[in-house]
Design a protein around this ligand. Structure first.
Ligand code: AVI
Length: 324
């Protein structure tokens, strides 16, 4: 299952304010707006999470494999930014695979704190980590990492290192990304380190292909939210009447994903009717891309000091180290 299945991503502060926490209220707010929108967090039901796992393996979707390569190639250098007896706090732990690369390279890490909204998933991951790495304290926190949460009291005296891989930060609106980093700083405390994976601005064709793959897996992932509304909210979306659209918005430095209505139609969902014109879209996701400098500026605005950055030979992805 993917990280985001369990983590609550805010699509933007405006959208979050417009919708309450219930899926039905969210759909009524988003489809009732102009232009129409839905939060990307609703992609991640169990089918959506499986589809996201398939996306990470697609030849066109470079972020996951590129970040893993960067972590593996630079783990020793990253380890040098991690203080003695530190606690590694992972925000929105989907799989512990990336954290394990750091933990293996940094024997000075004394505790691992995965933070995730799914208690059941956390318990499984924590048990596996305890089994495989018995010399560190594994202290899971069942919380929504985008909101304020308390760190376990056992790590109060330890230096803290935040870890936020996967370029999940790109799914936040930039002002929300700044707010998230500011809040992470408050939670981790002064003197902390933060290691963040960020997708980079690159050739438009590479970006477009990554979000509109030849096998159509990303299309299925996007369309699955219609299936979810049909199942969970009594909707009557005809999936054949919508198509996946993904494109790089150069001016805003983001991939946008939309679901485009192929005809004029009225759909009922959550007890309401919503009219679609032919060609009208539901905006379902933004995935912001950064240069090294633009991400460092965002981090600085949140109070963090960039201290190192590691990248790949194509300059596709960056892993940033920040200090508070
Ligand atoms: C989870 N997140 C970092 C992915 C991304 O690349 O923005 C979600 C995704 N959407 C379509 N493909 C992948």
């Amino acid at each position: 299952m993917a990280a985001l299945a369990r983590s609550v991503l805010r699509y933007s502060a405006r959208h979050e304010a417009a919708a309450s926490d219930s899926f039905a209220d969210h759909v009524i707010a988003g489809l009732g707006d102009s232009p129409k929108w839905l939060s990307a967090k609703y992609f991640y039901d169990s089918t959506g999470s499986e589809l996201f796992e398939r996306i990470t393996l697609l030849p066109e979707y470079y972020p996951t494999r590129t970040e893993l390569k960067i972590l593996a190639a630079n783990a020793r250098a990253m380890s040098s930014t991690i203080p003695l007896a530190a606690a590694l706090v992972e925000f929105g732990t989907g799989s512990t695979r990336k954290a394990r690369i750091l933990i293996d390279a940094a024997p000075q890490i004394a505790a691992y704190v995965p933070v995730d909204i799914s208690a059941e998933f956390l318990a499984q991951e924590a048990a596996a980590m305890r089994r495989d790495v018995p010399n560190i304290a594994v202290l899971p926190v069942d919380a929504d990492f985008t909101r304020d949460f308390d760190l376990p009291s056992q790590i109060r005296a330890r230096p803290r290192v935040g870890f936020f891989p996967g370029s999940t930060i790109g799914n936040f609106e930039p002002q929300d990304a700044t707010e998230f980093l500011r809040q992470a700083g408050r939670i981790l405390g002064s003197g902390s380190t933060m290691i963040v994976g960020v997708d980079r601005i690159k050739d438009e064709a590479v970006l477009n292909a990554a979000y509109d793959d030849a096998a159509g897996v990303t299309a299925q992932f996007n369309l699955n939210v219609l299936r979810r509304m049909n199942r969970e909210l009594g909707g009557d979306f005809d999936l054949a009447s919508f198509r996946h659209r993904a494109f790089y918005n150069v001016a805003d430095h983001r991939i946008e994903m939309h679901l485009e209505s192929l005809r004029a139609q009225t759909v009922r969902v959550a007890g309401r009717s919503f009219a679609f014109a032919k060609g009208e879209t539901i905006h379902t996701e933004n995935s912001y891309k950064y240069t090294v400098e633009s991400f460092q500026a965002l981090a600085e605005a949140a109070g963090w000091r960039p201290v190192a950055v590691w990248t790949d030979e194509k300059d596709y992805f960056a892993v940033h180290a920040l200090k508070l």
